[in-house]
Design a protein around this ligand. Structure first.
Ligand SMILES: [Zn+2]
Length: 488
C-alpha cells in the first residue's frame, strides 16, 4: 500500500502523489514567539517531525519550511492588542529582544524533544518586502483595496473563499457583525497591511505609508519564496484553520493564479480539564498551559513523544498526568528491551545462532510501514513496536545463546523504526567506538563481580559496587533477566 494522507481540503483520505517525483515540499505554520512554548506546541511539532522523518525514511527528499512569527497583526481579534508588543511592555523589553529570547527558547525546547530542525526557519520580520510585493499584486488584480493606509482583502472577490474550513460567507458575516468597522467593505474582509499608530514600535515603510503586515500574509509570502506557488503539504493546528489557513489560501491563490498547498494536514487540539473537569483547549490566552520546560523537568523527552504519538495526530487529546505516566510505562518497556539487546551484544559470540528471528523482524517492518502509510498512524506504529517487544523479551529470556547477528538485527530494527522514524530510542549507549566498548565491558565486568559477591552473601561488597557505579552515573537495575545498566 502506498502512503495515504487525510486531506483536510476535501475531507478524505487520499493517495499521496507529490508534485515532483521523489521530492516533498512542505510548509508548517510555526510559533508566535512571545512566550515559552507549551506542550500543545510540542504535540504539533512532534507530529510533523515524525511526518518528515517518515517521508525521509521512505526515500523522499523533503524540503521542510516552518516560519517564525515575530511580527504582524498578532491579535486574537481584529482589534485586540499586538501580542508581542503587549508582552514586551509587560517585560519592559524591546520587542525584537523579546522575540530573540523566545525564538531561542523555542529551538532549545525542540532540540531537547528531538524535533529535527526545519530546513528553513524564515522570520516574518525578515520578509517584509516579499509581503509588500504580494499585497501590491493583490491590489493590482483588484482582490484588495486600500483605505487610509490600511489594505484589506475583499473576500467577496474570491469565489473559493471558505473552501478549507467549509464556511459560508454569510455565516462568517453573522459571526463578525460586532466587529463591523466603517473602513472595511465586508465584515469578513481581513487586513493585509495595517497603518501603524504613532506608538506602534514595529513599523516599516510601504506604498501605503508606515505600517506593518497583517496576521496572515507572511505565510503566503514565505511559502511562495521558498516552495513556489504550488507545493505538496501544508501543516498546522486545527485551531488556525479559520481564519489563518483560509486566508493564506485566499491570498496565495489569488496572487499566484495557481493552487496553493495540495494536501492539508491539521493537528488536533491538546485539551486540559478545567476546574469542572471539562476538557478545554490548552492555550496561552486561556492561561491553562504547561510549558515544554515544565514538562521536561518531570518527563524524559522520549516519554513526551510517546504520549504525543499514542493518539492519532488529527484527534483532540487530553493532557493528563495519568496519560503521561501510562506513556512512561510504555516507553520503559520498549526501551528496556532495546537496552537489554544492546547489552547482550557486548558479550555475544560473533555470527549466526540458527535462530529464525529475522522473519519476525521483517514482519515488524511490514506492519510498521502499513501503519505509517495509513495517514501516519502513530498509535498503530507504537502497537507494532510493543508486540515486537513482547516477542523480543521472550527470545532474550528463553535462555538460548544468541549470536551477534540476531542481536544486531533486533537492535537495528528498533533503531530504525523506533529511533530514526519515531524518535523514541535515544542514541546508543553502547559500543559504537573503542572507548565506549571498553567502558561497557568494564561495567559488565563490575556487574559480574557484584553478582559473584551476592552469590557469596557478601552484600556489603555488592552494595558498594552498585553505589560506586551510581556515583559515576551508571544505574543498575535488577530484573528477572538479570541486571541491566543505564547511564543517567
Ligand atoms: Zn501560517
Amino acid at each position: 500500500m502506498a502512503l495515504q494522507i487525510y486531506n483536510v481540503l476535501g475531507r478524505e483520505k487520499q493517495m499521496f502523489v507529490p508534485l515532483q517525483e521523489g521530492h516533498v515540499y512542505m510548509y508548517v505554520c510555526g510559533p508566535t514567539v512571545y512566550d515559552h512554548a507549551h506542550i500543545g506546541h510540542a504535540r504539533s511539532y512532534i507530529s510533523f517531525d515524525v511526518v518528515v522523518r517518515y517521508l525521509r525514511h521512505t526515500g523522499y527528499d523533503v524540503l521542510y519550511v516552518q516560519n517564525i512569527t515575530d511580527v504582524g497583526h498578532l491579535t486574537e481579534t481584529e482589534f485586540g492588542e499586538d501580542k508581542i508588543l503587549k508582552r514586551a511592555r509587560q517585560m519592559e523589553a524591546r520587542p525584537m529582544q523579546l522575540v530573540e529570547q523566545f525564538t531561542r527558547s523555542y529551538f532549545e525546547d525542540m532540540d531537547k524533544l528531538g524535533v529535527q530542525r526545519p530546513d528553513i526557519s524564515p522570520r516574518a520580520s525578515a520578509h517584509i518586502p516579499e509581503q509588500i510585493h504580494m499585497i501590491e499584486e493583490l491590489l493590482e488584480k483588484d482582490y484588495a483595496y486600500e483605505i487610509y493606509g490600511n489594505v484589506y482583502f475583499d473576500v467577496t472577490k474570491d469565489p473559493d473563499y471558505g473552501k478549507l474550513s467549509n464556511r459560508k460567507l454569510e455565516a462568517q458575516e453573522a459571526g463578525l457583525r460586532e466587529e463591523i468597522r466603517s473602513d472595511k467593505r465586508n465584515p469578513a474582509d481581513f487586513a493585509l497591511w495595517k497603518k501603524a499608530d504613532p506608538e506602534h514600535i514595529l513599523r516599516w515603510e510601504s506604498p501605503w505609508g508606515e505600517g506593518f503586515p497583517g496576521w496572515h500574509i507572511e505565510c503566503s509570502a514565505m511559502a511562495r519564496k521558498y516552495l513556489g506557488p504550488t507545493f505538496d503539504i501544508h501543516g498546522g493546528g486545527i485551531d488556525n484553520i479559520y481564519p489563518h489557513n483560509e486566508n493564506e489560501i485566499a491570498q496565495s491563490e489569488c496572487a499566484n493564479d495557481a493552487d496553493f498547498a495540495r494536501y492539508w494536514m491539521l493537528v488536533g487540539s491538546l485539551m486540559v480539564p478545567d476546574a469542572d473537569g471539562i476538557p478545554t483547549k490548552m492555550s496561552k490566552s486561556l492561561g491553562n498551559f504547561v510549558t515544554i520546560k515544565d514538562a521536561l523537568s518531570n518527563y524524559r523527552p522520549e516519554v513526551i513523544r510517546m504520549f504525543t504519538l499514542s493518539a492519532h495526530y488529527s484527534n483532540p487529546v487530553n493532557y493528563h498526568e495519568d496519560a503521561l505516566s501510562a506513556a512512561e510505562g510504555g516507553w520503559e518497556r520498549l526501551y528496556g528491551a532495546v537496552r537489554l539487546t544492546r547489552q547482550r551484544m557486548n558479550s555475544a559470540p560473533e555470527g549466526d545462532d540458527g535462530n529464525s528471528f529475522n522473519e519476525r523482524l521483517d514482519k515488524a517492518h511490514e506492519d510498521f510501514t502499513a501503519a505509517m502509510d495509513d495517514d501516519f498512524n502513530g498509535p498503530r506504529a507504537i502497537a507494532v513496536l510493543q508486540e515486537l517487544t513482547r516477542d523480543v523479551n521472550t527470545l532474550l529470556n528463553a535462555g538460548t545463546s544468541l549470536g551477534l547477528n540476531t542481536l544486531r538485527a533486533i537492535s537495528d530494527t528498533y533503531q530504525t523504526l523506533g529511533g530514526d522514524v519515531l524518535g523514541l530510542i535515544p542514541e546508543h549507549e553502547q559500543a559504537s567506538n573503542g572507548s565506549a566498548r571498553r567502558e561497557a565491558g568494564l561495567i559488565e565486568l563490575l556487574i559480574s563481580m557484584r553478582a559473584q559477591a551476592r552469590a557469596n552473601k557478601n552484600y556489603a561488597e555488592s552494595d558498594r559496587i552498585r553505589d560506586e557505579l551510581m556515583k559515576l552515573g551508571v544505574v543498575l537495575e535488577d530484573g528477572p533477566q538479570g541486571t541491566v545498566w543505564r547511564t543517567e
